[in-house]
Design a protein around this ligand. Structure first.
Ligand code: NAI
Length: 251
């Protein structure tokens, strides 16, 4: 018996990094997975990897800041696999600037992709979770403690953490749990791109001991394992929580 046998899951941002690792893990644990991403080829590649391992998955090209796209992602899960049990709201973007250097369009884009997406996906997914379900939203260590040079990102992730608590309260009676996973620095294309933008060498950036008591960034698989736990029935009495997975960086 696998952890997610019989479950149908949606993973947004499933083409890359944490989303890809989680989609693969969900499928290995028995879930049928809808992999949604703006990056159509990347979503298809994740699905191909799942199928190569004997799992079942469907790619959907979607912009999670868009109402119609979110509705279509949920409809794909229900029409293809007959229901919905797990939603991992993972797609996200970052802009490494202070308030002084950020224009309003960029602020709005970060809020749309990181915050509006969670609202929209939940709005459409919750009515489809007729047997109850589990939603995991991706916050960030920076949504809890703040961080430098990322004003819109920090605001957006704090919103995700508190929206998670509000959703948990509103939908507990329907058997739907809602939690956030809050990674610290994790070795994904997003983080490597940030290191490049900051002009920092990856090896030095990844092992900066001041920020990382364990002396390294996390791996996408280490975040995926925490998401699997929150998604699964093993976390049946956990809702509204903010699980930090950061190698001690908040300590
Ligand atoms: P990534 O950049 O490797 O993957 C993000 C995926 O989201 C990409 O496939 C991208 O195409 C997709 N995406 C972006 N905008 C989208 C949109 N509008 N609609 C649909 N898909 C979209 O990033 P990573 O690192 O795997 O990040 C995943 C989540 O984890 C994000 O929410 C990020 O903020 C969060 N996070 C990442 C940390 C890190 O150190 N990598 C630390 C804390 C949080």
């Amino acid at each position: 018996m696998n952890t997610l046998d019989g479950k149908v899951a949606i993973v947004t941002g499933g083409a890359s990094g944490i989303g890809r690792a989680t989609a693969l893990l969900f499928a290995r644990e028995g879930a049928r997975v809808v992999v949604a991403d703006l990056d159509e080829a990347g979503a298809a590649a994740t699905v191909a990897a799942i199928e190569a391992g004997g799992g079942r998955a469907t790619p959907v090209r979607a912009d999670v800041s868009d109402t119609a796209d979110c509705r279509r992602v949920v409809a794909t899960a229900v029409e293809t696999y007959g229901g919905l049990h797990v939603l991992f709201n993972n797609a996200g973007i970052i802009r490494r600037t202070t308030a002084l250097d950020l224009d309003v369009e960029e602020w709005d884009r970060v809020m749309a992709v990181n915050v509006r997406s969670v609202f929209l996906m939940c709005k459409h997914a919750i009515p489809a979770m007729t047997e109850g379900g589990s939603i995991v939203n991706t916050g960030s260590g920076w949504g809890l403690k703040g961080g430098g040079n990322a004003i819109s990102y920090c605001a957006s992730k704090a919103a995700v953490v508190n929206m998670t608590r509000a959703l948990a309260i509103d939908h507990a009676a329907a058997g739907i749990r809602v939690n956030s996973v809050n990674p610290g620095d994790t070795d994904t294309p997003m983080l490597r791109d940030e290191a490049r933008q900051l002009g920092e060498d990856w090896a030095a950036f990844a092992s900066d001991a001041a920020d990382r008591p364990m002396g390294r960034a996390g791996t996408p698989d280490e975040i995926a394992q925490a998401v699997l736990f929150l998604a699964s029935d093993a976390a049946s009495y956990i809702t509204g929580s903010a699980l930090v997975v950061d190698g001690g960086g908040l300590a």
